[in-house]
Design a protein around this ligand. Structure first.
Ligand SMILES: Cc1cc2nc3c(=O)[nH]c(=O)nc-3n(C[C@H](O)[C@H](O)[C@H](O)COP(=O)(O)OP(=O)(O)OC[C@H]3O[C@@H](n4cnc5c(N)ncnc54)[C@H](O)[C@@H]3O)c2cc1C
Length: 336
């Protein structure tokens, strides 16, 4: 479907918020030749963004267990864009494991998802030697990837500048300050204009150990949340993530016990790991937990919920397609 173009191709493009949504918007618009300025209220460490706390899994097949088909559609397109823009993004798959007591949930996960193959204990040990003898089988999703948010955001920011865009850190701005096209990617702060946004708290723990090596994210079937262990550089592992309908920050004792317990269940040697950091972020979500591009006098890209890293590239491509050709994606866009 086509819509009337509302934004002139020559006018400057202002993007507000340098988290994962804003970074991808700025990159694709700058590469397409637009005069782009990206404003971020925090410094380049992005401690104020939800993106700073994320796992960074690019897992459309695993997420299809509980997410709508549009997440898989956009997620699959995003994988292509990650590969295209950052060819060193690791795409060595992800693993899903379960202990005997969660067997039924494991089988249910296998039924509800595709893009996986079943590994026996020997094949699992072949992929992840640290897990030898720990699990009788696993689901392997070979085409999934993951990024390290605190490393990949600066890389995206560098690419924006290389493509001719400008980034202004420590710059708290309002959409009404600018002429031309404004793309609002403020995450949860955007609810001053998007009243139905809410925050869904996700807690994480960073631990360090040289005793275990993993090459890919490992999800552990859990009755309430998909808990996972993601390997990072320098012997670090991120344990994530809870999903709680609350907007306070901080990590509760209950959540810490569950996250640390999940790591211990994957391998008891995690008990000797050093705790480096506890943290939490608020995932910006609409009531349907689906992403939304709202087209008004300005454009807002928000509601990335649990899938910001998975969806941001495809959402940026859709926004660019709208501005350049008036193309509308009916599942994601709302014209106000
Ligand atoms: C624990 C946890 C684990 C997660 N794991 C994953 C995962 O594995 N895979 C995945 O795909 N997603 C994951 N997510 C979800 C993902 O983090 C979010 O969907 C994503 O970060 C949302 O990005 P955003 O750019 O919309 O918002 P944000 O990252 O919050 O960015 C918004 C930015 O706007 C800035 N800003 C706000 N107001 C202004 C203003 N007035 N002027 C200038 N700047 C402003 C803020 O400082 C902020 O930097 C996880 C989330 C959490 C909490």
């Amino acid at each position: 479907m086509q819509a009337d173009k509302s934004f002139g191709g020559e006018s400057p493009v202002t993007i507000i918020g340098a988290g994962i949504a804003g970074a991808w918007q700025a990159l694709l618009f700058a590469q397409a030749g637009h005069d782009v300025t990206l404003h971020e209220q925090g410094d380049s460490g992005l401690m104020l963004s939800t993106s700073h706390w994320a796992g960074g899994m690019l897992a459309p097949w695993c997420e299809s267990e509980s997410a709508e088909p549009v997440i898989s559609r956009l997620g699959l397109r995003s994988l292509d864009l990650w590969r295209q823009e950052l060819p060193d993004t690791p795409f060595n798959g992800s693993l899903v494991l379960a202990h005997a007591r969660d067997r039924n949930d494991f089988e249910r996960f296998a039924r509800l998802t595709s893009g996986h193959r079943r590994l026996d204990a020997a094949a699992l040990a072949g992929l992840e030697p640290s897990l030898e003898g720990r699990f009788r089988d696993a689901l392997f999703f070979p085409d999934e990837g993951h990024v390290e948010p605190r490393r990949v955001l600066p890389k995206l920011h560098e690419k924006i500048v290389a493509a001719g865009g400008r980034i202004r850190f420590n710059s708290t701005v309002d959409a009404s300050d600018f002429d031309g096209l404004v793309i609002d990617c403020r995450g949860l702060a955007g609810r001053d204009t998007q009243a139905d946004l809410r925050g869904v708290k996700g807690e994480m723990i960073l631990i360090e150990t040289a005793e275990i090596q993993l090459a890919r994210p490992v999800r552990l079937i859990h009755p309430r949340w998909p808990l996972y262990v993601i390997p990072r550089e320098n012997n670090l592992f991120m344990l994530g993530a809870t999903s709680i309908e609350a907007e306070d920050t901080g990590v509760s004792v209950r959540s810490a016990l569950e996250l640390l317990g999940a790591a211990y269940a994957v391998h008891p040697a995690f008990a000797e790991a050093r705790i480096v950091e506890f943290g939490s972020g608020l995932r910006p979500a609409y009531p349907d937990n689906l992403p939304r591009i709202t087209i008004d006098k300005k454009i807002s890209v928000n509601g990335l919920y649990r899938h910001g890293f998975l969806l941001a590239p495809a959402l940026a491509e859709l926004t660019l397609g709208y501005v350049q050709r008036g193309a509308i994606d009916n599942e994601v866009m709302r014209c106000v």
